[in-house]
Design a protein around this ligand. Structure first.
Ligand code: SAH
Ligand code: SF4
Ligand code: F3S
Length: 449
């Protein structure tokens, strides 16, 4: 039986999420666990009896934002003494009991694998004990917990298919904060997919740090990612399916064939390259080189020619020379990424890079290189988007455009945002839009047909 934390009065939990899509999904798992314990989810922090920050450690900046936020939240507790404050997620895992520090005033610290324990942690916190659980698990996937869908408009959502990461890219904190990689039970994924569609969602993104290494033993038969993707796509043929993230080292042709075979699998591959230089990739422990990456891109272009390709890029990794930086710029031109997420290298304590290499690219050089990467990406994106002019795309309408309520926004299969006059279209519908105008971040068009 679930322990009931709240007996008489309705209590409210407010969750603020930082970091990646996995964290967004985890917040929904947490909301679901707490809902069963009697907590209503609220989007109003002033109404909350429990405030949770679901945090990210990927870069120094991500952690600093959370410390700043904790500082602000202290003021709320000055007015409402009973409010409990919890830090959960990757920072909880990394910083552990340091988060009970004098100035921070955290009541609960829970790592990514201990959310089932939150009801007990709450009881401890209520009786003024230090409530902490940062144990990592080799098996936890929250498989039977149907996430409490937090977002207001029920159009697009995530289904987590695995947790953790075994890759240990030398710069990355994720294997330490999320633990070992484990694949979720296939039937529980299919159940959640069906439940999501029943709730009215039209698009599902299958999530994992490296979805291509999904590997589940289903009573003696091995299910790998291409099989899983095919099963999901066939189960809900009217729902769009996306997946993220693909690691270049094991994104194989079979996956690309499933993408073409299933119409409802979106033609978009997020394939983070990190650097265009083989020597930097080697220091990063990415286990592929420039040639391998380019050959994977060639395979995408050949097998799924209409696919868009996006990337993550790190500027100024340890020891990065000017020549190595130039190789990143040249790879970007060669591939022509539709879009990239671009970051300055931020050394993370405890990682292999922090131990073995010096973070020796000066801050001003990192900034200059990052700016060069951003400027180039903007130019390439603008060219990619310009190529879309005159084309017709099927767009899933997701909402009203920020600038005008006479315009709607949605995305095409390639994950590009498209804005268009609303006419009679409704949110949640598919419409065909002809592209008439472009810039480096959006496409604009008119509904046709
Ligand atoms: N699992 C995914 C990405 C997870 S983190 C993958 O392997 O691609 C998202 C992105 O953050 C990474 O792709 C990388 O570009 C960036 N990142 C990770 N650690 C970083 C660090 N220490 N400094 C700067 N960027 C980092
Ligand atoms: Fe980090 Fe590499 Fe794992 Fe991605 S694959 S989460 S970058 S260690
Ligand atoms: Fe951040 Fe943890 Fe995701 S470190 S990027 S929230 S896995």
């Amino acid at each position: 039986m679930q322990k009931s934390y709240t007996k008489n009065m309705k209590q409210h939990v407010y969750i603020e999420t930082y970091g990646c899509q996995m964290n967004i999904n985890d917040s929904e798992v947490v909301a679901s666990i707490l809902h069963d314990t009697g907590f209503e989810y609220t989007t109003d922090i002033q109404q909350a009896d429990l405030i949770l920050l679901n945090t990210c450690s990927i870069r120094d900046h991500a952690e600093n934002r959370v410390f700043q936020r904790l500082h602000d939240i202290k003021k709320i507790r000055r007015q409402k003494k009973h409010v409990l404050i919890g830090v959960i997620g990757c920072m909880a895992e990394r910083l552990r009991d340091q988060l009970f520090g004098h100035d921070i005033k955290t009541d609960i610290v829970a790592g990514p694998d201990s959310y089932r324990n939150l009801p007990e942690l709450l009881l401890d916190a209520q009786s003024h004990k230090q409530a902490i659980n940062v144990k990592l698990s080799r098996t936890e996937t929250y498989k039977e917990i149907i996430p409490y869908r937090i977002d207001g408009v029920q159009i697009s959502t995530f289904v987590s298919i695995m947790r953790g990461c075994n890759n240990f890219c030398t710069y990355c904190i994720v294997p330490y904060t999320r633990g070992r990689e484990r694949s979720r039970d296939v039937q529980s994924i299919l159940n959640e997919v069906l439940d999501t569609v029943k709730k009215g969602y039209k698009e599902i993104t299958l999530l994992g740090q490296n979805v291509n290494s999904y590997n589940y033993d289903d009573n003696g038969s091995r299910i790998l990612f291409p099989d899983l993707l095919r099963r999901v796509a066939r189960l809900v043929p009217d729902t769009r399916i996306r997946f993220s993230t693909s690691h270049p080292k094991d994104m194989d042709d079979e996956l690309l064939h499933v993408m073409t075979e299933c119409d409802n699998v979106c033609k978009w591959v997020h394939l983070p390259v990190q650097s265009g230089s083989s020597s930097v990739l080697k220091r990063m422990g990415r286990t592929y080189d420039r040639e391998w990456y380019l050959q994977r891109v060639a395979a995408i272009r050949k097998i799924v020619p209409e696919a868009s390709i996006t990337s993550d890029i790190i500027a100024g990794f340890s020891g990065e020379t000017e020549e190595e930086h130039q190789e990143t710029l040249s790879l970007m031109k060669e591939v022509g990424f539709d879009l990239s997420y671009m970051f300055k290298y931020s050394e993370r304590p405890g990682t292999i890079a922090a131990r073995d290499f010096e973070d020796d690219v000066p801050e001003n050089v990192k900034t200059r290189r990052l700016n060069e990467i951003i400027t180039l990406q903007k130019k390439i994106s603008a060219e990619c988007y310009e190529n879309d002019k005159g084309k017709d795309f099927v767009v899933l309408v997701e909402g009203v455009s920020k600038k005008s309520d006479q315009e709607l926004k949605g995305r095409n299969s390639q994950n590009k945002t498209i804005i268009f006059p609303r006419k009679h279209a409704k949110i949640g519908e598919y419409v065909t839009v002809r592209i008439t105008k472009t810039n480096s971040a959006t496409l604009k068009g008119e509904i046709v047909g």
